[in-house]
Design a protein around this ligand. Sequence first.
Ligand SMILES: [Fe+2]
Length: 272
Amino acid sequence: MLEKSMVDNAIEAEAPASSDLASDTQATISAEIMDLQRQYFEAPAAETQPRYDYPPYRSTILRHPTKDFHHADPETIELIAPAFGPRDVDALEADLTIQASGDPIGERIIVTGRVLDGDGRPVSAQLVEIWQANAAGRYIHKRDQHHAPIDPNFTGVGRCLTDSDGSYWFRTIKPGPYPWRNHYNAWRPAHIHFSLFGRQFISRMITQMYFPGDPLFDLDPIYQSIRDQRARDRLVATYDHEVTSHEENTGYRWDLVLTGSSSTWMEPEDGE
Ligand SMILES: [Fe+2]
């Protein structure tokens, strides 16, 4: 199952750098977002990746690099195919609604799509891992103590391998939005975290999938740290009635592109 450290990193990245920072209001954060967006429109550049230093996302102040990047030769192990752990990926691990003896609470959804390379070719037999909050917006994690119920029948983690045409498939519960301590009354849009190992360790991608029409997009400094609207749009799944199944699940489709100008936003390894 999913490495715990990966979930730890994601949860802890959303924690504030200091509790004092949570005193800023949404109006303050939104004004900063608008100011940065205005600067971007005045000098547009193809910023399809999030800024490492994005002040409205407060914890980037301490986490972003302050020195120039430098190239380092990958270790030999990083140049060969990833190993997925001590046991095979079971097909049942793609269904997050059957991990316990009881049914998890919430809207059942199917999330499916394809993993493609920059030339539109399918990326097959690749590990796709997801983790997410439950329907009430709560993670099972010691750092998540906000007042929402844990669902004893929902862990929020799953994984699968892409098939020969690059397709992946998960059945899960639609996650709820949740508060975080970036500022006062800060809420994250509902999202599912994705991790993909490409054909090499060095092409690993960690990103988030959002749901269409979320009212929190404009308020969220993580979503807004991506300046290019088309790049943001690529993080939002599409409702697909063909994926919806009769009296069972609603359905969403979301494709990921690992490389090229249409590539999905990729998080830094220690980012949220
Ligand atoms: Fe999250």
